[in-house]
Design a protein around this ligand. Structure first.
Ligand code: GDP
Length: 296
């Protein structure tokens, strides 16, 4: 079920509620069941769905609603707000500070879209007038260095990496040191991913974090990974201080529910979504407009 489909299912359920002649417990239960089904088909975890249903039920007290109140509108608003809450941890997103070197560390599994998103974010800041640089600390994947170097050249962004350096911690340290000395305001460090969650990867991330002391750690997640999203996000969150999330490949046949799980696991805001393979395909994420768009 792709993003638009589960949005449509929730919209239809809300429309059915709005059009029903009477609003009673049965109407509400039916609505909640439909909303729950839609979220479940979008790969949102069952525990989150149950929590959301309870939150909605707690706010809709039909017996306490005075006659004449627009119950339908109130119910719609409660459902809408709860959907937004699923995507909004209520944390102000990190922002870089002028006059210093802001270090941003990227983490995520291989294939998530990390290297692509590093370039997209560097391009974003460069366009806004920040003096930006990128560092390749992925010494694990053959070709990672060449990929980031290629992107850097294309986006005309200074880049540090070494094909001969086999120690990712040393590469990250050196790159950050060089650009700090040069007075770069934004230094984005790309790290290795590996194919699956494994202790070596998390040890490496934690070591890099200790050495470069990032101002923000961005967790990158592929939006199409489904039910695995929560555990994956949690694994990164427990290894490093994840502060923001980027969800990639929202342009494809993504269900989008993984985004909700990533927020729940990391308690961090989604700052951008990736909407294509090209450098400008990065959109600022806003939970309210996302839900509005979702519900059409
Ligand atoms: P990494 O291993 O996490 O560094 O992943 P890459 O940045 O190399 O991306 C893996 C693949 O996903 C590449 O083919 C990218 O072009 C593609 N990709 C990354 N972000 C997006 C996105 O937002 N949309 C689409 N359609 N493809 C993306």
């Amino acid at each position: 079920m792709v993003l638009a489909d589960w949005g449509n299912q929730i919209s239809s359920a809300l429309a059915a509620m709005s059009n029903s002649t009477i609003i009673n417990e049965e109407t509400i239960n039916h609505l909640l069941k439909e909303v729950g089904n839609a979220l479940s088909r979008a790969d949102v975890s069952m525990s989150l769905i149950i929590k959301m249903r309870k939150n909605i039920q707690a706010q809709i007290k039909l017996d306490q609603m005075a006659a004449g109140l627009n119950k339908r509108r109130i119910i719609r608003k409660v459902v809408f707000d709860e959907l937004i809450k699923l995507l909004d941890p209520g944390v102000t997103p990190w922002k870089p500070t002028k006059g210093k070197s802001n270090i941003i560390m990227f983490v995520g599994l291989q294939g998530a879209g990390k290297t692509t998103s590093v370039t997209k974010l560097a391009h974003f800041y460069k366009r806004k007038g920040w003096n930006t640089a990128m560092v390749c600390a992925d010494t694990f994947r053959a070709g990672a260095f060449a990929q980031l170097q290629h992107n850097a050249t294309k986006a005309k962004i200074p880049f540090y990496g070494s094909e001969s350096e086999k120690d990712p911690v040393a590469a990250a340290k050196k790159g950050v040191e060089i650009f700090r000395k040069e007075g770069a305001e934004i230094i984005i460090v790309d790290t290795s991913g590996r194919h699956k969650q494994e202790s070596e990867l998390f040890k490496e991330m934690s070591e890099i974090e200790t050495v470069i002391q990032p101002d923000n750690v961005i967790f990158v997640m592929d939006s199409s990974i489904g039910q695995a999203a929560y555990d994956q996000a949690m694994a990164f969150k427990t290894s490093v201080k994840v502060g923001s999330v980027i969800i990639t490949k929202m342009d494809g046949n993504s269900k989008g529910g993984g985004a909700i799980s990533a927020v729940a696991a990391t308690q961090s805001p989604i700052i951008f979504i990736g909407s294509g393979e090209h450098i400008p395909d990065l959109e600022i994420f806003n939970p309210t407009s996302f839900v509005s768009k979702l519900l059409g």
